[in-house]
Design a protein around this ligand. Sequence first.
Ligand SMILES: Cc1cc2nc3c(=O)[nH]c(=O)nc-3n(C[C@H](O)[C@H](O)[C@H](O)COP(=O)(O)OP(=O)(O)OC[C@H]3O[C@@H](n4cnc5c(N)ncnc54)[C@H](O)[C@@H]3O)c2cc1C
Length: 449
Amino acid sequence: MQPSDTIQETLNTPVTGRYDVIVVGGGASGTVAAIAAARTGARTLLVERGGCLGGAATANLVAQWVAFFHGETRVVGGIPFELAERVQAAGGSDGFHRYVMGEAAGTPFPLRVLPFNPETVKWVLDGSVNEAGVEVLLHTTFARALVRDGAMAGVTVETVQGRLALLAPVVVDASGDALVCASAGVPFQDDGGERQPCTLSFRLSNVDVARFRAVPSDQRRALVLGGLRRGELFWESLSFVSTPGGTDAICLMSRIQDIDALDARDASRAEREGRRQIASIVGFLRREIPGFENAILADVAERVGVRETRRIRGRHTLSEEDIMQARSFEDSIALGAGPMDRHQPGGTGIRLYAPPQPFEIPLRALLPVDVEGLLVCGRTLSATREAMAGARHMATSMAMGQAVGTLGAIAAAGGRRPANVPASEVQQRLAQAHALFRREQVAPQGQPA
Ligand SMILES: Cc1cc2nc3c(=O)[nH]c(=O)nc-3n(C[C@H](O)[C@H](O)[C@H](O)COP(=O)(O)OP(=O)(O)OC[C@H]3O[C@@H](n4cnc5c(N)ncnc54)[C@H](O)[C@@H]3O)c2cc1C
């Protein structure tokens, strides 16, 4: 939405809180960042625009955590793994499953995932932030970064009470869209090309999941290609996550192209186009797919799922070569597992391939250039487009969150700038918290994981 003119506004915004660390965005990475910061002793505020925590996992109905495992080797520990265990203990998941990503696509990819009921994740996260002592503001939208002399001083937010100012020397941008970074003037990656398409997910109940799983994969692919030819489907996918109980299927089958999710009109068009596609997909499933004959549309995600917007320019830019050549970093703070996962912009395919080993993510990729006291985690890390496609999964995003939350708290406690805290201090804390961040922790040197 391009401006036709500008107006001047003068605001007197009340300061209503002072913290050590403010986390903007209560999604995968931000919720874990806030828990880590609070457990490390910081007075922590978590700000989320929606009515629940979890981000893509809950608001977008992306109901499976990917990238805890590289092959059969677990590469994410610490708080994310603890949350995975809590979701299972609360009855929201029946554990890690083998799953084929891109099922019915040209490059199906088998991996281990944790499928869950998003409703259980919501209350598990509520309980975990509460226990850690994090203050949470839901229905609170980030408005503007407060920057003084090149360093973060806090944020302003819009709430039901109006606009408020909240102060902190450390702010974690976990908004998925690098909104705080944009407002603070951080530069972004500018490597051209098209962003990945968006997906509006939906949930069907009264599905005979076992009957569907019994359909041979070549038959599924033939059915999908038929649906695509007739314009009833939108990409090569019969992608379902089944929640415990085997009666529901959460479907990631819409594909909304040519959307700039940072443009207000485009973001609005994406929701309406997503619903149009869902109406067509549900008709196709009921008519064509064994097990879906009596399916009932139970839910549509409250927001369209956005795979890609901004990636910051940080002190290191993670590249595809870093990942595929298994480069080691002195300041590694998280391990990614992949897969490298690129939904074809403008097309109906998906490109999935595996990093040869778990890959290391350096702390420098989470430190924006120029602005002090600002940290990022999740899908906006400093990475090339290809590298981000392998690092954006939720388990990896949560691991990044634990690292920056820990760093933010250490920095605030010592009155230091995060960039001046040696990575070894963060690594020491992460190790105490059972986080995994070096390849040697999961695979002896020289051996593939
Ligand atoms: C359709 C789709 C399918 C995917 N499939 C999988 C999968 O199967 N498994 C997997 O592990 N990953 C999957 N991913 C990737 C993964 O979900 C994301 O990359 C991951 O969630 C990124 O974590 P994040 O913390 O950066 O962002 P998010 O989890 O999106 O969290 C960002 C949070 O910031 C909040 N926010 C945004 N703006 C503001 C604001 N102005 N003020 C306050 N809060 C704000 C949002 O409401 C949200 O809660 C998928 C993604 C999509 C879109």
